[in-house]
Design a protein around this ligand. Structure first.
Ligand code: AOF
Ligand code: ZN
Length: 386
């Protein structure tokens, strides 16, 4: 039996898991809102289901109530399972807590809290005041509910987007040969998965070195219809000196997906002006160190509603963001090849900057999982939890 908070039962855990599954239906469509799912249950029977399907659309709870009525059922007296605490504010949608009270729902089981300023416990408080029994999950379902919306939670708490650093590594930990060749270390299945991730994230980011070496497009392509993007991710280039070539594929495709260039105040104005003229948005960030500028850049992205960033290299940018403590998750494809070269001079490796002198002081991942993708292994490590 799964551990749940007092007042919650094993059946509650199963219904919450269903709500978590439903929430996935909004992936890639609701940002900067969170993924949320909800299930209505009476006498152990499901009588309504819903999820937040698009930004501006019904919230999960009201979608479940509407579904319940469409089935000819009455939500009065039922238990509502919601993966996130029901909201109490009027935004694009009216407050869910009011809708729950109006529907006469007797009990609400919540997956996790909403740390955003306008929520922060207000909804559950309103429900309790209105005589509804409110229980919070704990254990595996509570963790799953938090992990589902790490992007939303980090931005709600810090104003900055979640950063997932994706890289393809050889068995000897190289991201490229000494000549800079990196096509392709991981196999076709891994690359297809990356395109699906791009479609689900708000932005894809690279350093200017990677752009100059690879001239990438950074769009989501050949994604299965089920995971099809409703929009392309914004493409973000960390480019202190505004060296992004006007002839690059990124600039040439500026009408296909937004292009943001993060420059330093020292960039030549004529170059930033030319990029702006070409349709890119140039964001100038200040800061003493590369790490300060990295954090400032993320804050600017967060301000623009970007909640998740897939960081695709290169090693220098990844190192700066890691050193700044801004990389939240690593997804490494480990490919069954050996590139070789002397460490420090041969094939590039992820430069994690600020090395630790003692292994005992090394940063440890909070979670560490692996699965096979084609011939590669996908290693997933979470460094932070929000
Ligand atoms: C819920 N259920 O399904 C979602 C919630 O302005 P709006 O209407 O788009 O509301 C967005 C905020 O509502 C969002 O920042 C988050 O705090 C909460 N999201 N709440 O009760 C839902 N998506
Ligand atoms: Zn709501």
């Amino acid at each position: 039996m799964t551990a749940m908070a007092p007042g919650a039962t094993a059946q509650d855990a199963a219904h919450l898991r269903r709500a978590l599954e439903l929430a996935e239906g909004g992936r890639g469509r609701v940002s900067p809102n969170p993924l949320v799912g909800a299930v209505l249950v009476r006498d152990g029977e499901m009588i309504g289901e819903g999820f937040h399907a698009e930004l501006g659309g019904l919230h999960a709870e009201t979608a479940a109530i509407a579904d319940c009525r469409e089935r000819g059922e009455d939500p009065a007296g039922a238990t509502l399972y919601a993966t996130l605490e029901p909201c109490a504010h009027s935004g694009r949608q009216p407050p869910c807590a009011e809708a729950i009270l109006a529907a006469g729902i007797a009990r609400v089981v919540i997956g996790c809290d909403d740390p955003s300023e306008k929520a922060a416990g207000r909804g559950p408080g309103m429900l309790r005041d209105g005589g509804v029994e409110v229980a919070f999950a704990d254990g595996a379902e509570a963790t799953a509910a938090r992990l589902l919306i790490q992007d939303f939670r980090k931005r709600a708490r810090t104003g900055r987007p979640l950063v997932v650093f994706k890289a393809a590594l050889s068995l000897d930990g190289r991201m490229a040969t000494a000549e800079g060749d990196s096509k392709w270390i991981s196999g076709p299945d891994s690359r297809a998965l990356v395109h699906a991730w791009r479609a689900q994230m708000d932005a894809v980011a690279v350093g200017i070195g990677t752009v100059l070496a690879d001239d990438p497009l950074l769009t989501a392509r050949d994604v299965e219809p089920a995971a099809a993007p409703t929009r392309q991710p914004a493409r973000v280039v960390f480019d202190s000196e505004a060296r992004l070539p006007l002839g690059s594929k990124l600039v040439a495709t500026v009408d296909q997906a937004p292009l943001l260039v993060i420059a330093a105040a020292s960039a030549v104005p004529a170059q930033t002006a030319a990029l702006t003229e070409a349709g890119a948005e140039v964001i100038v960030v200040a800061g003493e160190t590369q790490q300060d500028r990295a954090a400032a850049a993320l804050a600017e992205l967060g301000r623009r509603g970007i909640q998740s960033v897939l960081l695709e290299g290169g090693p220098t940018l990844a190192g700066a963001l890691l050193a700044a403590g801004e990389v939240d998750e690593l997804r490494f494809f480990l490919a069954p090849i050996i590139i070789g070269g002397v460490i420090g001079s041969g094939g590039r490796s992820p430069d994690f900057a600020q090395g630790t002198a003692q292994i005992s002081e090394a940063q440890r991942a909070l979670s560490f999982d692996a699965r096979r993708v084609g011939a590669d292994l996908l290693i997933d490590a979470r460094l932070r939890e929000w």
